[in-house]
Write a protein that binds this ligand. Structure first.
Ligand code: CP
Ligand code: NVA
Length: 306
């Protein structure tokens, strides 16, 4: 049987992605009604974190527990992976103990290597290239606030980083327009832009943040300096024009929301006035990591969808 890896949005079909979101939404609704369920009873999830995490770590731990399963938290210092055991051998061994593996790592190739050698589903919990779990929570949050995302306009401002890459994937897979504003030196990966262009994705990349946010239904940004970012010389100065403030938000649609995957750096990529203001959906977005994670876990492990 083909393993249900959750590696990236571009390698899963729109039908699968929509199914995961629908399931996550249904589970969220039932949880709010106080209904408990344990479709993953007896299942174990290994969580490998080679980078820090607050949201991904807690939402996977709590989400797996709420589905009846349990987690094993691993960091490189606790494992032989951190002192030279290969990722392939780690994959083979962990697959004998647990039912799924989530990894957060710098090098995307390491994620793919893990998936190639694991005999259980592997989940991408963020790499230097992408952050697909976050995007499911983001689409879920957008739709809770503004209805179906298909045909809507999202503006991304700042660094063309791993989050920008997953927004590009999502724009194609969920059928919305993405206006990206970034400094030339920090454009998103050309390979991912080419992938989107081949699929007639409505992605525009420019350097004018005001043009990008005009009439947007949603304005998104992220930290200017990502974890393990090495190209930081002068980066903050170059990205200064891309800060989201009230003046920029005023150019978006009157009902536009603001989103940010967090952690945020106030007065850098976004002002306090915006992130703490009435149009900010960031706390719902953070909460939805929990619900989206449950949809992902249920799909990977073949729990009956509801
Ligand atoms: N948004 C996100 O992935 O947050 P963490 O780094 O805290 O997991
Ligand atoms: N772009 C950020 C996202 C953090 C969730 C990083 O990679 O550090």
């Amino acid at each position: 049987m083909t393993l249900r890896h959750f590696l990236d949005l571009d390698v899963l079909s729109p039908t699968v992605l929509r199914g995961i979101l629908d399931d996550a939404t249904a589970r969220k609704r039932r949880m709010k009604l106080g209904q408990h369920e344990a479709p993953l009873a007896g299942k174990a999830l290994a969580l490998i974190f080679e980078k820090p995490s607050t949201r991904t770590r807690v939402s996977f731990e709590v989400g797996m527990r709420q589905l009846g399963g349990h987690t094993v938290m691993l960091s490189p210092v606790d494992m032989h992976l951190g002192r030279g055991e290969s990722i392939a051998d780690t994959a083979r061994v962990l697959s004998r103990y647990v039912d799924a593996i989530m990894i957060r790592t710098q090098d995307h190739a390491k994620l793919l290597d893990l998936a190639a050698h694991a005999t259980v589903p592997v989940i991408n919990g963020l790499t230097d290239r992408t952050h697909p779990c976050q995007l499911l929570a983001d689409v879920m949050t957008f739709e809770e606030h503004r209805g179906p995302i298909r045909g809507k306009r999202v503006a991304w401002a700042g660094d063309g980083n791993n989050m920008a890459a997953s927004w590009i994937h999502a724009a194609v897979q969920f059928g919305f327009e993405l206006q990206i504003a970034c400094a030339d030196a920090y454009r998103p990966s050309q390979a991912i832009l080419d992938w989107a262009a081949e699929r007639q994705g409505r992605i525009v990349v420019g350097d004018d943040v005001r043009a990008a946010v005009r009439d947007a239904d949603c304005v998104v940004t992220d930290t200017w300096v990502s974890m393990s970012d090495t190209r930081t010389d002068g980066k903050r100065e170059l990205l200064e024009p891309y800060r989201i403030d009230a003046g920029i938000m005023a150019l978006a649609r009157p009902d536009a929301i603001f989103m940010h995957c967090l952690p945020a750096y106030r007065e850098q990529e976004v002002t306090s006035e915006v992130i703490d203001g009435p149009r900010s959906a960031v706390w719902d977005e953070a909460e939805n990591r929990l619900h989206a994670q449950k949809g992902i876990l249920a799909w990977c492990l073949g729990a009956p969808t509801t």
